[in-house]
Write a protein of this length. Structure first.
Lengths: 364, 522
């Protein structure tokens, strides 16, 4: 018996759905084994990380609030990933988006209401987009690798954040902590269900995947992104401009990350301090791939990853493992999903080893 | 073992089944030592499957393979090579980012020091007249040059059976002759050759025996020298062969496409630049561009299709409109369609459906886009029309392009462009790797389109194709285009020399045609 990979005549649709699910299950299984080996109750840890947040209804609002930025960022990243333009600096675009929203809020002074909130959200989108202009310009003009520039700009964004919250925007009544003043109540996003933390951003995160799905599957732009990602030469033959694709995919990803930052700021955290960047921009890369670069997939994958965030906090108190354990699980998921990709185009077959003996040293 | 009556290779009732298809059904034939044996059949007839089993890429479901009389199982290609079976594939397996030498080294089972290998490569190259620069990166090479790597790679192993899959498609007549000399030399040294082709006159000229497959079954094993090309073709396609119906004395109208001193810098260090390309194609005219692979054909197609833009807007005009600075999309709207040589990944996206692939080039001319959204139904309908009009063998518009055979995909791509009624159609290698039936259909479609008043440019390395199809012909060599000549007055020897250009032996060229060689070098 030996294992053989056999190319499928057509990429398997079933596997498109099976592999992400299998990746999550495998992650859980490996988690149990590894934690048991480390002397920690693996079963309990995995249950707390993956299941408790879903089973405990009072945790749902946390999951929803955490899923929103992940989904929104992942939607933007999926466009770039599909066109093989690798923006790994969504975290920086997310920070700048939040800062832009905060800037509008501060500039508005005490004024609030729908118009100001809308303006803050738009500022977030513009901020994130502008942060992506730099890598797009460098890539199209000087052919600088966007993976490097987007990542490096994340660290620049962190410095900008540190400067603003520690300097000009520091809360005068904040006991000298580097943080902005909390938002006025009428500058924060409306809460959808009274008594919960579920804010308007969650609704946006639920609607946007369907908008993106229509764009990606029905529009010429979505077609362009798919062709560029699958066959760049064919895209050129079809009259699609490669530079335009780079610009659009980076700007949209930046805009979405900026939007997520603005919503997280105005909806969930309501103030920006040095702890504002929590890695959503990086985790969204996993969401994008776990969701198969499909907008609806991103919606589901965003929820799964949000569950691990919330579950990580639960496991911290129940089995006393560090919060960063969730990060290990998230990374494992990414590895499994990337590794199992091959099953979409190939099938595994167990074949008998050839029976007859090959001719010994024929003719040699 | 190895008496005179023992076949080098014998296949007995080989059967191979794929999900839904019987690719080979009880196929039996044998190849003698030193025999050049043709394997003839349309695409999908099961030739590739059969040779893949001989070469150990697949295992037969039934039947047996005998090598020098002994039953063997060829577990994998490495085992095949150990037995002395070499193969030159139609689709090359080369690493684009590596050099010729590295690619050959990777294909060798034995580890040979690079310097020694290079010496051996050079030896094989000079022995068989195959020109290659060992240190060039494969991605910069043309199809023809890539094939030479594969041939050299196979010859380095001193094979006892050499399998050649459609080897001559990219060679000049002189190169084909040279290859035949190589193959005859190999055969005379006792090497058997299994020669897959559908170029019937080549089989007649080269092969001792021909085995004809159709639909996975063996139709006949015959002697090509007593058969006619036509009789073999009819066995191959199982019906009557259509000849191109060319209306005699077709009206060729006014000048349509004018290319005037088109220059294009090389796209890469090893690429070919276009130099002062000048030609005119009239309404209803089919203009052929002959040449050996890698002489600027790709650059010319890209320059005409608008995938690369000229500096000079007047370098390309159609009906007087200047197109040189227009993009591919704008040129298509102006009536210029094109079909590049590479089907998978250039003319079509393999993982997309045929309907989605129709959107690639037909969306603007046929109004498939409304307010930024693609009209899926229009795309599907159009794909369906192309499939039925061009008799494309596909399940329907929902089949992926990658699931079609080369010939069927090519028919689909040609149909997709032709049914848009382009004023100018530029096609490169329209029948490369395409079976005789599909090639005839494609040729007929081009002739019909010309008859309807379009100007057509056919870039091809298949000289026979150009001679049978075109009204006018020019030869491209090192990015320069020769003056045009009427096909009716064309001298094949002269065309061959133009194709050879500086690639050939200058001394020989000078001896044969002093004035020509001189004119060319000037």
């Amino acid at each position: 018996m030996r294992i053989k990979l056999e190319k499928r005549p057509e990429p398997s649709t079933v596997m498109q759905f099976v592999t992400p699910v299998a990746s999550v299950l495998l992650t859980m299984l490996i988690g149990v084994i590894v934690f048991d080996a480390l002397g920690i109750k693996g079963g309990r840890a995995v249950t707390d990380i993956f299941l408790t947040p879903l089973l405990a209804t009072y945790k749902w609002q946390d999951v929803a609030v955490k899923a929103a930025p992940l989904i929104i960022i992942a939607l933007g990243l999926s466009i770039g990933n599909r066109a093989q333009i690798w923006n790994i600096g969504a975290e920086g675009q997310y920070i700048i988006g939040a800062l832009a929203a905060a800037g509008v809020g501060i500039a508005a002074g005490g004024a609030g209401g729908g118009a100001i909130i809308t303006l803050m959200i738009l500022a977030g989108i513009v901020g994130g987009t502008l942060w992506a202009v730099v890598p797009a310009f460098l890539k199209t003009r000087l052919n600088v690798n966007e993976t490097l520039t987007t990542l490096m700009l994340t660290y620049v964004a962190l410095q900008v954040l540190g400067y603003l919250v520690g300097g000009p925007w520091k809360d005068p009544n904040g006991r000298n902590f580097p943080a902005t003043a909390p938002l006025h109540a009428d500058q924060t996003l409306p809460i959808l269900f009274p008594g919960t933390t579920v804010h308007l951003g969650v609704a946006i995160a639920l609607i946007l995947p369907f908008v993106f799905w229509i764009i990606m599957s029905r529009s010429v732009f979505g077609y362009q992104i798919r062709v560029v990602g699958s066959a760049p030469d064919a895209a050129r033959h079809g009259g699609f401009d490669a530079k335009q694709t780079i610009w659009l995919s980076l700007l949209i990803a930046g805009g979405m990350a900026g939007l997520a930052g603005a919503l997280e700021f105005a909806g969930a955290l309501k103030a920006i301090n040095l702890g504002f960047p929590s890695g959503y921009g990086f985790t969204a890369i996993i969401v994008s791939f776990l969701g198969r670069l499909n907008p609806i997939g991103c919606l589901i994958a965003g929820i799964v990853l949000a569950v691990t965030y919330v579950g990580g906090q639960i496991a911290q108190t129940t089995v006393h493992i560090p919060n960063s354990t969730a990060g290990i699980f998230q990374a494992m998921m990414l590895f499994f999903i990337l590794a199992s990709d091959i099953l979409i185009r190939y099938r595994v077959r167990f074949v008998a080893s050839p029976k007859a003996t090959p001719l010994p040293a024929a003719g040699e | 073992m190895g008496t005179e009556t023992t076949a080098r290779l014998e296949l007995k009732s080989i059967t191979k089944r794929f999900p839904g298809v019987l690719a080979n059904d009880q196929v039996s034939f044998s190849v003698q030592p030193g025999e050049i044996h043709a394997l003839l059949g349309e695409n999908g007839a099961g030739k590739s499957t059969l040779v893949k089993m001989i070469y150990g890429i697949m295992q037969p479901d039934g039947g047996e393979i005998r090598w020098n009389g002994e039953r063997i199982v060829v577990a994998n290609p490495k085992a095949a090579r150990r037995l002395g079976i070499g193969m030159v594939f139609q689709h090359f397996s080369l690493f684009e980012a590596m050099t010729v030498l590295e690619n050959i080294a990777l294909g060798m089972d034995a580890k040979i020091p690079a310097r020694e290998l290079e010496a051996r490569i050079k030896e094989v190259m000079t022995q068989y007249g195959l020109k290659l620069e060992p240190h060039r990166i494969v991605s910069t090479l043309s199809v023809g040059e890539r094939q030479r790597i594969e041939i050299v790679r196979a010859l380095l192993l001193n094979p006892k059976l050499l399998i050649m899959d459609e080897p001559t498609s990219v060679l000049t007549p002189q190169e084909v002759e040279q290859l035949f000399i190589v193959l005859r030399q190999l055969a005379s040294e006792g090497c058997s050759i299994l020669y897959i082709s559908h170029k019937l006159h080549e089989i007649k000229a080269l092969c001792h025996t021909a085995t004809i497959l159709r639909g996975g079954k063996l139709v006949d094993t015959c002697n090509p020298s007593v058969e006619t090309s036509r009789s073999m073709a009819e066995k191959m396609i199982g019906g009557n062969l259509k000849t191109i119906e060319k209306a005699e004395g077709r009206a060729i109208g006014r000048e349509k496409l004018i290319v005037n001193r088109l220059n294009m810098p090389a796209r890469s260090h090893f690429g070919v630049s276009l130099k002062d390309i000048t030609f005119t194609v009239r309404e209803g005219e089919i203009f052929g561009i002959a040449g050996v692979a890698g002489n600027g054909q790709n650059a010319l197609l890209l320059a005409l299709s608008g995938e690369t833009l000229s500096e000079d807007e007047g370098a390309i005009t159609v009906d007087g409109a200047k197109l040189g600075r227009l993009t591919a999309k704008q040129r298509r709207l102006a009536g210029v369609s094109s079909v590049p040589e590479e089907r998978n990944g250039h003319a079509a996206v393999p993982e997309f459906t045929l309907a989605d692939n129709s959107v690639l080039t037909a969306r603007d001319r046929l109004g498939m886009v409304k307010i930024g959204l693609i009209d899926q139904r229009a795309a599907k309908t159009y794909a369906g029309e192309v499939i039925s009009t061009f008799a494309v063998k596909a399940l329907g518009p929902g089949s992926t392009a990658g699931s079609l055979s080369g010939g069927n995909l090519q028919k689909y791509i040609m149909g997709r462009e032709i049914m848009q009624n382009p004023a100018v159609l530029v096609v490169s290698q329209p029948t490369w790797g395409v079976d005789a039936g599909a090639a005839a259909a494609i040729h007929q479609a081009l002739v019909d389109l010309a008859a309807a008043g379009s100007a057509i440019v056919v870039i091809s390395q298949d000289l026979d194709e150009l001679l049978s199809l075109c009204d006018t012909l020019a030869v491209i060599n090192e990015g320069r285009l020769s003056p045009a000549m009427k096909v009716a007055d064309a001298d094949i020897e002269e065309i061959g020399l133009l194709m050879g250009g500086v690639h050939g032996d200058p001394a020989a060229t000078a001896n044969l045609h002093p004035e020509l060689a001189h004119a060319h070098q000037a």
